[in-house]
Write a protein of this length. Structure first.
Length: 225
């Protein structure tokens, strides 16, 4: 039991409060807060990582208003000093995009051998299948048949991708929700933290459909040995 619960005294605990100003679920930009408690393991602590990164920005003279997560080019230049296309919005200068975060996560997963690396032969086979599908669609006598050819190719491509383990930025969102639910956190609390509605089809898709053995509701039948 937490010592603070036994004594009744408040104990400080490091945490992050993140202000999300706009999202798909908040098109009116009312803003939402997400609170993250610091874990005991410093290697997994977002607060420790944030402080380390702020030190990097301070040492580079870039502890300034603007994006927190900033690009770094191959020469080690950070933010506005890094090579790259300038953002249209000056407030976003030097920042990275969601696509960049996704690329970093996928590259890290491949480096850790958590996901397979596509071979040149496999990439060539994918390219050839695409060329053949486009050629067959061009040769089709009607638009309906051409669309049917392309639909068959796209369906096969999606099935092939689904059969390969993938780790993307979205895996972190889905994985956290599943682990929080598996740890016994109430669904309504998890949904509030992840900013989902309990009626959301997306949130429902994240939930595992199998009941854990320790929560199995059938022992009352009296059939277990």
């Amino acid at each position: 039991m937490h010592p603070g619960l036994t004594t009744g005294r408040k104990r400080p605990h490091q945490a992050l409060i993140i202000k999300i100003r706009r999202s798909k679920a908040d098109q009116a930009a009312r803003g939402q807060e997400v609170r993250i408690l610091a874990p005991a393991d410093q290697e997994l602590c977002p607060i420790h990582a944030l402080r380390e990164w702020l030190d990097v920005l301070a040492d580079d003279g870039q502890l300034t208003p603007g994006p927190l997560l900033r690009r770094i080019d191959r020469h080690g230049n950070i933010g506005v000093k890094a090579a790259g296309r300038r953002a249209k919005d000056d407030r976003r200068r030097g920042g990275i995009t969601a696509d960049t975060v996704n690329d970093i996560i996928k590259a890290t997963a491949r480096a850790a051998e958590l996901t397979p690396i596509t071979t040149p032969e496999e990439r060539a086979a994918v390219a050839q299948a695409r060329q053949e599908a486009l050629a067959a669609a061009d040769a089709a006598p009607t638009a309906e048949e051409a669309n049917a050819v392309l639909k068959t190719w796209r369906t096969a491509r999606r099935a092939a991708r689904a059969a390969v383990r993938r780790i993307t930025g979205h895996s972190f969102r889905r994985g956290w929700i599943q682990q929080a639910l598996a740890a016994g956190s109430p669904p309504e609390t998890v949904a509030l933290h992840s900013r989902h509605s309990l009626r959301s089809t997306a949130f429902d898709a994240y939930r595992r459909k199998k009941v854990p053995w320790k929560e199995n509701p059938t022992p009352f039948l009296g059939l277990a040995a």
